[in-house]
Design a protein around this ligand. Structure first.
Ligand code: AMP
Length: 284
């Protein structure tokens, strides 16, 4: 496995692989890699000839006062994690390499960013779409792998790829959870042991909501209130949002299969997200 920091060097490697008729798979990440990232990478390795993993903490997707500076960074640990999954290359550019000079062109998306994290974090998805577009143009993968944990991001990337005619297949990967059900997240590293205990309330509240929905309760308002009540019982928890939306990211009144139950909760100072697609098997 090799680590490459510059765009010209990366392009040279990709050109070589293309001449050998290799299919390129791509897993974009912000590093601080955990088992869920590794599951994406392993799937990519299994389904492609050559796997590129990018590690880039994207400044454009962080708002003022968010955790850009303290976001965990550990290249040595990450490169071991990527290597053990059988990937071929880590693209680890300096911010200057990606953002150097003045950027005047951004990729923005209508409608799908007007709710959930897009509403709470203005500019976040513009930052995501702009940098993912740049990475797609640099890596030129055949397939790119994204996790359903960031369900609004996945929805937006799929639409962006369709709207802008990227010749890239977006592969959706399931949410990977720890044994107590909490979704793996690089931000779990911020949690104290007391906060870590409280953090399971996100997945527990989803689980109870799904039980109530399966028992016939289809009012979004009632389910949302049930979730909020359970979360608010935790001393360290502060709700950012609890929503049930359709695939256009619009709030629904009556719950239907395929709707998305999505939540964002601060546990202490750490903002965690989780979601469940109604009708899919709950495996935690
Ligand atoms: P990040 O490094 O947080 O930007 O995440 C990189 C990729 O890993 C994104 O496609 C995420 O959706 C995905 N990912 C992160 N955590 C999980 C998880 N627990 N389950 C599935 N995918 C995840």
């Amino acid at each position: 496995m090799i680590i490459i920091k510059t765009i010209p060097e990366l392009r040279a490697v990709i050109n070589e692989q293309r001449l050998l008729n290799k299919k390129i798979g791509f897993v974009p990440t912000m590093g601080a890699l955990h088992s869920a990232h590794q599951a994406l990478i392993k799937q990519c390795v299994a389904e492609n000839d050559y796997t590129v993993v990018s590690i880039f903490v994207n400044p454009l997707q962080f708002g003022p006062g968010e955790d850009l500076e303290k976001y965990p960074r550990d290249l040595n640990k990450d490169s071991d994690a990527v290597k053990s999954c059988g990937a071929d290359l880590i693209f680890f550019p300096d911010p200057e390499e990606i953002l150097g000079g003045e950027i005047l062109t951004y990729v923005d998306i209508d409608k799908l960013q007007n709710n959930l994290c897009g509403l709470k974090r203005p500019g976040h998805f513009r930052g995501v779409c702009t940098i993912v577009t740049k990475l797609f143009n640099i890596v030129t993968p055949d397939k790119a792998y994204f996790g359903k944990k960031d369900i609004q991001q996945l929805t937006i990337i799929k639409k962006m790829v369709k709207d802008l005619n990227f010749a890239i297949e977006i592969v959706e990967c399931p949410i990977i959870r720890e044994t107590d059900g909490i979704a793996f997240s690089s931000r779990n590293l911020y949690l104290s042991s007391a906060e870590r205990k409280d953090a399971v309330v996100l997945n527990q509240a989803i689980k109870n909501a799904v039980k109530a929905i399966d028992a016939g309760e289809l009012s979004a308002e009632i389910i949302i209130n049930q979730i909020k009540k359970q979360i608010n019982e935790k001393y360290t928890a502060k709700i950012d949002y609890v929503k049930i939306v359709n695939t256009d990211m619009e709030d629904v009144k009556d719950i239907k299969s395929g709707n998305i139950l999505a939540l964002a909760v601060f546990i202490g100072a750490t903002r965690l997200i989780d979601n469940h697609i109604i009708g899919e098997v709950l495996d935690f």
